[in-house]
Design a protein around this ligand. Structure first.
Ligand code: M6R
Length: 609
């Protein structure tokens, strides 16, 4: 979704803004713009299209400016166009603002401001902001922004500049992330940490209702115009981790980073002798845990698919009922949760609006909420009772890969931790399970070494059709859902996932000669049933690509291509099985010439409902 960068200091602002916007490109956008103050005039350049277009428009101009704001827009109100691009200005062009989020009462405000003589030039909700600030402005930008936000309904991270106060940025936040970066005599605003890593690792995460003012001399944060003190956090990510590091795409880099990322998730959480799992971040004690009657998992997209795997693992091992819900549906079904519910919210970004809303609803109803997230200081991490960080490093490609596998790892860790606490497994069984789990990262490396070339060939030869199907049973079905999402998201091939036994209840009508079908066969207890379903598909002449363990003899006999996975406990097979599916999607998208890292219409961080 939209991205914001702001800079004030002693260096030229424009290159810093452009570089910051480029770092935020991964969030998804359709237009870009910036405003700087030069010679006490607000100068704006903005355009529909990529940042490269903006860069060309800027050229060598505006090189003197040391204070400015930049924005990438992902259209919500009004189509992508030059006029709808941010920054927007007041009537006199003296105040410029950028905004992420949605001003829900913008029509009401527009009417109020129009009656007072303000003129609007765009279709956006954002444009009411500079006009509202203009309405309240009396030589004090901080006071005007602080007053204006009282009139807003909706969500916003917004930053303002004003030519009458040329070395100053003023920002406000509600329900949309905004971070302050602390440098030496220079300060930054950004939508996320990655945009700041080239300059500083010292950050302050703004909270809802706060207004911040940055000048080259320092920063101050306010609540209701009263100065407040906030803790500075030092992030561990470095600038290199947000670069491609020699890979053609971020997605391929992130797929290959999975063994490392999983080791980060496991680090310090598994006892040296594998006898148990340590999760000091989980705050419920044994007595509180024994009162829990069910687990509810809520998430969106790929994180939701991780939740489905969590359900299978937890129900099998803990014998506790587990519900998994799509966050955008959860709140509206009057969910049956209370203080006996353990609620897990899963979100890579920690900012997904629907997941955040579900978290708040669950807290309101008394559930104990544990977040599984990758982003330190994200809103979800700060609002949950407990946080299990996945420590996967920044994920830049829109298609989630290492975030998903590390979410799975966090869910397995939690399951094994709870199994021990609730006495659901014998010590030797738990130790054997943890031992298997501990070896998963090296097994992903084995997949890269043994199958990547084969997967590339399969993708190039067999994923040419406009449709593809993914089938599997039990956990394989949940992985099939993720494999199909990956494929459709980046290659634009229409892909569907089905529980293998369900196909003949309708979808089999779509199986025709040559259509690619990915058949997942990692759940040994169900293998005979899955093979019967594969035969039903084969009888309709589909091209079947099977995924099974090395040494499984039956599967290669009934499929056209077989991708072999290293043997493991079936419980952990999803982490291994998804890797070839990620690679298949990646190579299919490359073969079709798609924009792998920034697929059309999608955004990395979905901060609107
Ligand atoms: O940041 P989150 O994990 O909350 O994001 C949820 C989904 O938007 C996300 O997983 C999305 O489905 C991915 N782009 C899929 O690859």
């Amino acid at each position: 979704m939209c991205g914001i960068v702001g800079y004030v200091g002693n260096r030229a602002a424009v290159p810093i803004l452009l570089q910051g916007l480029k770092t935020l490109e991964y969030r998804g956008y359709d237009s870009a713009g910036l405003a700087v103050i030069e010679d006490e005039v607000v100068k704006i350049i903005r355009s529909q299209g990529k940042i490269a277009v903006l860069e060309d428009l800027v050229g060598e101009r505006l090189s003197e400016a040391t204070c400015g704001i930049g924005h990438t827009r992902w259209a919500t109100h009004g189509r992508p166009s030059d006029l709808n691009s941010h920054p927007h200005t007041d009537c006199r062009g003296e105040i410029a603002m950028v905004h992420n989020g949605i001003i829900e009462n913008y029509l009401e405000l527009k009417e109020f401001l129009s009656d007072k003589g303000h003129e609007f030039t765009s279709e956006t909700d954002t444009e009411v902001l500079p006009h509202l600030v203009e309405h309240y402005y009396q030589d004090n930008l901080l006071a005007a922004v602080s007053r204006a936000i009282k009139d807003l309904r909706g969500s916003y991270a917004t930053v303002a500049v004003c030519n009458k106060e040329p070395n100053k940025l003023v920002a406000a936040r509600k329900d949309t992330p905004l971070i302050i970066g602390i440098g030496d005599d220079e300060y930054f605003f950004a939508s996320d940490i990655t945009a700041l890593l080239e300059h500083t690792r010292k950050i302050i995460v703004m909270d809802d209702g706060e207004v911040a003012c940055l000048t080259p001399e320092g920063y101050q944060i306010y609540r209701d115009m009263q100065p407040i003190k906030k803790e500075i956090t030092t992030v561990t990510w470095d600038a290199e981790s947000a670069k491609k590091g020699g890979y053609k795409h971020f997605m391929l880099k992130e797929i290959h980073e999975q063994p490392w990322a999983l080791q980060q998730t496991l680090k310090g959480r598994i006892a040296d002798d594998r006898s148990g799992v340590r999760l000091p971040e989980f705050s419920l004690d044994k007595i509180q845990l024994q009162r829990i009657e069910k687990v509810t998992i809520v998430a969106c997209g790929t994180s939701y698919h991780a939740g489905l795997i969590g359900k299978y693992a937890m129900e099998k091992i803990l014998r506790l009922p587990v519900e998994v819900d799509i966050a955008s549906e959860f709140r509206y079904r009057d969910p049956l949760i209370d203080k006996k519910t353990l609620m897990l919210v899963i979100s890579q970004s920690g900012e997904t609006a629907d997941t955040l809303a579900a978290l708040r609803e669950a807290k309101r109803r008394g559930a104990h909420v544990v977040a599984i997230t990758n982003v330190l200081g994200s809103t979800i991490s700060r609002e949950a009772h407990d946080v299990i960080y996945t420590w996967a490093g920044p994920e830049i490609a829109v298609a989630s890969t290492k975030a998903y596998t590390t979410q799975l790892a966090a869910l397995y860790l939690l399951t094994m931790y709870l199994a021990e606490k609730l006495g659901r497994m014998k010590a030797n069984e738990l130790q054997a399970l943890i031992e298997d789990f501990y070896r998963i990262p090296e097994k992903i490396d084995e997949i890269f070494a043994s199958c990547e070339e084969q997967i590339k060939n399969i993708a190039e030869k067999n994923l040419k059709s406009d449709d593809a199907f993914f089938v599997g049973r039990s956990m394989d079905y949940a992985v099939a859902l993720e494999g199909s999402l990956k494929l459709k998201e980046i290659s634009y091939i229409h892909a569907e996932a089905y529980a293998a036994g369900e196909l003949k209840h309708g979808t089999l009508a779509l199986i025709v000669e040559g259509v690619p079908v990915l058949a997942l066969c990692t759940q040994r207890a169900l293998i005979e049933k899955t093979i019967s379903n594969i035969k039903e598909i084969k009888a309709r002449d589909a091209h079947i690509i099977g995924l099974c363990y090395e040494g499984m003899k039956e599967v290669p006999q009934v499929v056209d291509d077989t991708i072999f996975l290293p043997d493991t406990n079936d419980l952990f097979a999803p982490i291994l099985a998804v890797t070839p599916l990620q690679l298949l999607a990646y190579y299919a998208a490359c073969a079709r010439g798609c924009d792998v890292d920034q697929p059309r219409n999608l955004a990395k961080s979905v901060t609107v409902e």
